[in-house]
Design a protein. Structure first.
Length: 361
């Protein structure tokens, strides 16, 4: 006897990226998927292997054609990534095929829910932003929400608390250059760029070699060391530049160099070209620096020895992964800084695994 056909999910109308994303993930978990649309989509047809044609939901033949397709392919779930179709199919299924489950909320309701979740995140973080601003003019909730939303689209490990603290400290940072050592795909760089523009702090310089030899954490467990083999470093470089596009690029330059070589370029005092080929002039005086390069002790110590001497009074150091499960390089260097230079430090705190240190004026 022939085995019954597996229960399938029908995507209709399968015409956009939501359909492609669902198809990809469904296949990875072994779910049977059927794609249908009333208009042709070569991209979906190629991905799905077949794109079944259904009449418009307003066509008199729609009901019969839909039911026939559902029966032929044993459809038990329906994904509607278009709001008008979702609303129509909710009523249609209730009347004609209550055995088919409509997946999730409508796209409009999903957007409303996502926005409310974003604003709830923002409200949770606003006291932290305000606290780190220490009485100075803080960002509005809309600005914080905008940065959180955009940063969430960029791959990275800076969490909400760390980003919120960064948003707060810029309110009381002096004028000067903003530096980032270690950028990956640009989550924290995006936030630094916005904040430097928002507070008129100064131009931003990021440095990351995007090269396996510079990324291996030799003092970390072997499992972490092998992660560097997964990256395509040209994708990292290109992805970083793509992620910076929404922000103005005439006050930001990137050096695809190890930190020590990047410092030599910076210390030379010459203008550096932005990704768009514009000259960016740096003061040689650092207002905020985010150190998130190689976490081996010697590398973190060298980064601090090179760059921290350029920090101006009142400047901020953000030493990432001061609290880190995979090694203690940043923690050891941070503790040495706190121990050896107490007269230079106005305040220090940890947030989101990072150590924030403000120099005295």
């Amino acid at each position: 006897m022939q085995a019954p056909m597996a229960c399938a999910t029908l995507i209709f109308p399968a015409v956009d990226q939501t359909a492609l994303d669902y198809l990809k993930h469904a296949r990875s978990r072994g779910e049977a998927v059927v794609c249908a649309a009333s208009v042709a989509s070569d991209e979906v047809a190629a991905a799905a292997g077949a794109l079944h044609r259904l009449p418009s939901i307003h066509d008199a033949e729609f009901a019969a054609r839909f039911i026939a397709l559902a029966d032929t392919h044993s459809v038990c779930r329906l994904l509607c990534p278009v709001s008008t179709v979702h609303a129509f199919m909710a009523r249609f299924l209730a009347e004609h095929r209550p055995d088919i489950t409509l997946i999730g909320k409508s796209p409009v309701q999903q957007q409303i829910e996502r926005h409310r979740q974003l604003m709830a995140r923002t409200q949770r973080l606003m006291p932290l932003v305000t606290l780190c601003a220490a009485g100075h003019s803080a960002l509005s909730p809309l600005e914080v929400a905008g940065m959180l939303r955009q940063a969430s689209l960029i791959y990275g490990e800076s969490n909400d608390d760390k980003l919120a603290a960064m948003m707060g400290i810029f309110a009381r940072a002096p004028a000067g250059d903003v530096i980032e050592i270690g950028s990956l795909m640009g989550r924290s760089a995006f936030v630094l760029l916005y904040l430097a523009w928002r507070h008129r702090t100064g131009p931003v310089l990021t440095a990351d070699p995007w090269r396996a030899a510079d990324c291996v954490q030799h003092e970390s467990p072997e499992a972490l060391q092998s992660v560097t083999d997964e990256w395509d470093y040209e994708v990292l470089s290109e992805g970083f530049m793509v992620n910076m596009v929404p922000l103005r690029a005439d006050d930001h330059a990137h050096l695809r160099l190890p930190a020590e070589q990047a410092f030599a370029v910076y210390a030379a005092g010459e203008a550096i070209l932005s990704p768009l080929g514009r000259r960016v002039d740096y003061a040689g005086r650092i207002a905020v620096i985010h150190i998130d390069g190689n976490h081996d002790y010697a590398c973190v110590k060298q980064d601090c020895e090179l760059w921290l001497g350029r920090m101006v009074p009142g400047a901020w150091l953000i030493l990432d992964d001061y609290v880190w499960a995979h090694g203690d390089g940043p923690h050891r260097v941070g503790d040495e800084l706190l121990r050896d230079q107490p007269d230079r430090i106005e305040c220090a705190f940890t947030c989101g695994k990072a150590l924030f240190v403000k120099l005295r004026y």
